[in-house]
Design a protein around this ligand. Structure first.
Ligand SMILES: *Cc1c(COP(=O)(O)O)cnc(C)c1O
Length: 372
């Protein structure tokens, strides 16, 4: 095997996908309740995304960021409009790069300042993003990290913000460490502390955004408005694209030459994202995500041994008595259900947002067979 061993991969080769279904190279059909970790929110090979990619690829793929293209300008205007309408967008090729852009804009707005992150956070694997990801196993082998980062228990972040703080970076719902919702009061108190000390508040909505919780952005549930957000994962409908979206306060911080990316905001991925946004911002879909999420959590609570069922919309997790990675492996091989373990006792579900009631019942039935 010629791939470096950064992933413990399952021995499955997928060949085709449609909606919430995947097929492997032996023709077996799977139900996908992971979506490539919240990437394929529109479902696999959504016809509108496929058509957008096909037609844009035949017209123009790349000119770089010294010029404009229509798909990129349209996407930037739409994303800005979805976040208050007074800021601007910096495009990236991934989530971690969107986080890097967020760190840079927050640092430049208050030069020399510290970055405060939450214990249990995950923001990505590049050096800046990794420095904002306070997990010993991920950080220790790669020390020294970027200086000026401080990880604080979520409930203590507000009181930790002071004159030296440049920015607070936080996920409204911690995804990679097991779907932990940050309470509205905590988010509100962090917002107030940032305002008091002239620090930027930036929400990482890479996993929580674009309809996953039943609002376009998860922070809309709290009413707390950050100075910028990061997005990626579901944005490209399956293709790699991310973005930093600022509000008014951080709009004019970057000047020409401050930051860049050769590929970012390319015409094909931007066309795909425009098609994906049509699907993911549809009010009828968002309302369904809320009710389907409630159904899913109600059904999960009835599973043998399932505890602490949690989440918002179609971002769900629950704890089990058994070994979660082992149960997830059995779900895959025995029940052909794709899901994932975020820890030794936690199973996470991130189905496509276009899922139906029958597919939810089907998935819960498959989980029941593994847990019984
Ligand atoms: C996935 C994720 C990232 C990193 O995104 P990549 O595209 O893997 O670089 C950052 N933050 C959060 C909250 C994520 O879920």
């Amino acid at each position: 095997m010629s791939l470096l061993h950064t992933y413990a991969r399952y021995d499955v080769r997928f060949k085709r996908g449609e909606g919430a279904r995947l097929w492997d190279d032996a023709g077996n059909e799977y139900l996908d309740f992971l979506c490539g970790i919240s990437v394929s929110s529109v479902g696999h090979c959504h016809p509108a995304v496929v058509e957008a990619v096909r037609s844009q690829a035949a017209r123009l793929m790349h000119v770089g960021n010294l010029f404009y293209t229509e798909p990129m300008e349209r996407l930037a205007a739409r994303l800005t409009g979805l976040f208050g309408g007074e800021g601007g967008v910096f495009f990236t090729n991934s989530g971690a790069e969107a986080v890097e852009a967020a760190l840079k804009v927050g640092r430049k707005a208050k030069q020399g300042g510290d970055v405060i992150t939450a214990q249990g956070a995950f923001h990505g694997r590049t050096y800046g993003a990794l420095s904002a990801t306070p997990q010993e196993s991920k950080q220790a082998p790669f020390a020294p990290l970027v200086p000026g980062f401080r990880a604080v228990e979520t409930a203590a972040i507000a009181e930790s913000v002071d004159e030296r703080t440049a920015l607070v970076l936080i996920e409204p719902i911690q995804g990679e460490t097991g779907v932990h919702v940050i309470s509205d009061e905590v988010l509100r108190s962090i917002r107030e502390a940032c305002d008091r000390h002239g620090a930027s508040l930036i929400f990482d909505e890479i996993q929580t955004g674009l309809g996953r919780t039943g609002k376009v952005w998860a922070h809309e549930w709290s009413g707390v408005v950050p100075d910028a957000i990061t997005t990626a994962k579901a944005l490209g409908g399956g293709l790699p694209i991310g973005a930093l979206i600022t509000g008014a306060r951080l709009r004019d911080v970057f000047a020409p030459g401050d930051h860049g990316s050769t590929f970012a905001g390319g015409a094909v991925v931007a066309a795909a994202a425009n098609a994906a946004l049509d699907v993911l911002t549809d009010p009828a879909l968002l309302a369904r995500v809320v009710s389907l999420g409630q159904d899913l959590r109600t059904q999960l609570a009835g599973l043998p041994g399932a505890r602490d069922v949690r989440g918002m919309g179609l971002m769900c997790a629950f704890d089990v008595d058994g070994n979660a990675p082992d149960l997830v492996r059995r779900a895959l091989y025995e029940q052909r259900l794709v899901c994932n373990a975020t820890g030794p006792a936690t199973i996470r579900l991130l189905p496509p947002l276009v899922i139906g009631e029958a597919e939810i019942e089907d998935a819960v039935g498959r989980l029941h067979a593994v847990l019984a």
